[in-house]
Ligand binder design. Sequence first.
Ligand code: ADP
Ligand code: MG
Length: 347
Amino acid sequence: MKNNPFSLDFGAQPNLFIPRYTEQSKIVETFCAEHPSSHMFLITGARGTGKTVLMTSISHEIRDKRGWIYIDLNPETDMLNSMASQIYQSSKKRYPKLKFEISIKGIGVSLERDIKYSDIQTDLDSMIKTLDKHNVKLLVTVDEANNSNSVRVFANYYQHCLREKMPLFVVMTGLYKNIRALQNNRSQTFLKRAPHIDLTPLNLKRIGQKYMEVFKLNADDANEMAKLTGGYSYAFQILGYLVYESGKTKPDNTTIEEYRLNLEECSYDKIWEELSASERRVTAAIAQAKDNATVKEVREALNMDSNNFSSYQNVLIKSGLLSPVSAYGHINFCLPYFKGYVLQQSI
Ligand SMILES: Nc1ncnc2c1ncn2[C@@H]1O[C@H](COP(=O)(O)OP(=O)(O)O)[C@@H](O)[C@H]1O
Ligand SMILES: [Mg+2]
């Protein structure tokens, strides 16, 4: 089938896009305010919930405004070095008249680490202050941040900019556990105060709407199909893609089976791998319990005290695997077909 409008790529802005207006405008408006209440936002959520897509969409909206420069830093590289060279390149392109009064000799030149570090920081200060003088603000995005030395050095530099009132704004994404590890460093406690957006499932009605448009379905069929995704962003694309490829307008059993396998191979295997042995044990007990079991039933099956259980439950909710516990104490997975997947793993 030609021209499949759905996208299988992680991270790329999909063709069929369901905007997260609330989250996006919260970040954009905060950063663009005259007196911003925060210079940093952290976006967390399970793999495939749309962190990278949201971050990219925010960066494009800000990039198109006057008075901004936007750069993206890879946490696997020397972030300060890359920051200096990217600010230089990007301001030359956007604001050719703006001149930095520095030699930028530190950039890309491998000097001894300490020397390089202090040079870079002085150069960065001078560049960002020059931007500030010309009323230009700097947006930095960092995708998949983790607790690495490079990210910690960058975060310390961010804090320095905050103290010096320099116009540096940061959007960082990451898996909950990686962000938590980063925040737990003694020198990084300020990160705990950074506002945090935990991505919730996409609205099922909007997903249904998109399926209705593409497959010309009636509302009931579109809603049935949307339900199969559980609002999981990656699932929305995969299911749409497979139905489109099948040449039908609705998922049949073969397509659903293919869909389930794809979720497992491209997403759940990684999610499972990232769980600790005890988290797997708790996850397996939840999967083995009857549908809509209560916290108490699962906890008793595991023979675990309530403090211990609630700390696992908390991590699994924050990692985007469990839905927040309902008022009646029911506990459920939020990713589609995840229960069956866990049952297979834990046989
Ligand atoms: N708002 C959205 N609307 C539609 N599809 C989305 C949306 N956000 C993400 N996706 C799709 O979900 C998948 C995962 O998105 P991505 O941003 O890479 O997730 P993450 O960074 O959280 O792992 C991609 O296929 C992407 O096309
Ligand atoms: Mg991502």
